[in-house]
Ligand binder design. Structure first.
Ligand code: PLP
Length: 382
């Protein structure tokens, strides 16, 4: 008997695809019985978690029987102070994924509005738009994965409620200059909001040994208070090392942030995430060390992958997109499987429509070197 026929679900749910995550360490350990696994699949922090965050979580553990303070105002204030924006403009979420979902649900009405982005792009924009029944229009990236603003703008009309741009982009690592983003914001219709997903911006903005040393070159965040049609999304999952706790936020016009707070499920930011978030904002040494480690590792991976003959895409993020050397007997999928059997997890990009590429997250130095050694052996073996 087809039980599915008796279930009333919305059409969008029936056809919805699930998010395709990177493989986990436990999955691969169980599958291949390996002892040492190197996970370079999900752009996590190579240094792990900040010691100050761990201590804060331990201290907060005694209060997990209580609900968190509604709206996490202390954290919103700390974030606002860091970015020099008003606390009312900060909308927190259970990861920036929740903020993306809330923006779509609050701002895009099915059958009326549309959302515009590039293709390929971070998959959640399309997944949540599809689930909400909202039209998603996509402009192709250029062959070199740079952004074709004219192609994007031809899709925008008076009913475009959100334009999503990921910068630096996932999965390519491409990062456009801030002046191009400002020009784009200036050309959008009055009601359209430009959402800049800056999940990886810390890695681009780190320069000359300083956090945010190059921020103004790549981000509109320093201009946020002057621009009234720009939303900036940030996450604690990458440079702050809190992916498992789920914490992200958006900076946006105060009225819209108020709607998001109204619609968000109560307490979606939990007690431990809030405590850890406050702690990592204070742990400047850990943040700086993380950015330094990524800059060093990215340079090593990029140089060595190129040396092995792999086409490598220039990245300002904490990952690198590459493909096997032209003429190699292993395809991207074959290479991915062979590395997996040796305990190295990369990210296949089939779900981005890019089956010929792989993405490697920058790991700790020893992990990067081990990955490169395995890769070299595999490429030499056939
Ligand atoms: C471009 C982009 N935006 C948002 C996210 C979601 O991050 P979070 O862990 O804050 O939900 C990711 C995570 O991989 C991402 O790549």
């Amino acid at each position: 008997m087809d039980m599915g026929r008796n279930l009333f679900v919305r059409r969008e749910v029936e056809t919805a695809k699930a998010y395709s995550p990177g493989l986990s360490v436990d999955e691969i350990r169980d599958l291949y019985g390996l002892e040492r696994i190197i996970k370079l699949a999900s752009n996590e922090n190579p240094l792990g978690a900040s010691p100050m965050a761990r201590r804060a979580v331990e201290r907060a553990a005694g209060s997990i029987f209580r609900y968190a303070q509604s709206g996490s105002p202390r954290l919103a204030e700390a974030i606002a102070a860091m970015h020099r924006v008003k606390p009312e403009c900060v909308a927190l979420g259970n990861g920036s994924d929740e903020v993306i979902d809330l923006l779509i649900r609050c701002r895009a009405e099915p059958g009326r509005h549309n959302i515009v982005t590039f293709k390929p792009c971070y998959s959640l924009y399309a997944l949540q738009a599809g689930f909400c029944g909202v039209e998603l229009r996509t402009a192709p990236l250029r062959k070199d994965f740079s952004f074709d603003w004219e192609a994007l703008l031809t899709l925008v009309d008076g009913m475009t409620s959100l334009v999503f741009v990921t910068t630096p982009d996932n999965p390519s690592g491409y990062c456009p200059p801030a002046r191009e983003l400002e020009a784009l914001a200036g050309r959008l219709p009055a009601e359209t909001l430009l959402v800049l997903d800056e999940a990886y911006m810390d890695f681009a903005a780190y320069a000359d040994g300083a956090v945010d040393g190059a921020l103004a070159d790549y981000s509109l965040l320093p201009r946020f208070n002057e621009l009234n049609n720009v939303i900036i999304l940030r996450t604690f999952s990458k440079s702050y090392g809190l992916a498992g706790l789920r914490l992200g936020y958006g900076l946006m016009p105060a009225a819209l942030a108020g709607y998001l707070r109204r619609v968000r499920l109560p307490f979606s930011v939990n007690t431990l995430a809030e405590a850890a978030g406050l702690a990592v904002l204070r742990d400047r040494d850990f943040h700086l060390a993380s950015l330094r480690e990524v800059e060093r590792g990215r340079a090593l991976l990029s140089r060595e992958l190129t040396g092995l003959g792999c086409p490598v895409y220039p990245s300002l993020s904490n990952f690198i997109m590459f493909s096997p050397p032209p003429g190699a007997s292993l395809s991207a999928a074959g290479l991915f499987d062979a590395l997996l059997r040796r305990g190295v997890i990369l990210r296949r990009l089939d779900s981005y429509g890019l089956p010929e590429f792989l993405r490697v997250s920058v790991g700790k130095e020893e992990e990067n070197i081990l990955f490169l050694e395995h890769l070299q052996e595999l490429l030499a073996a056939v």
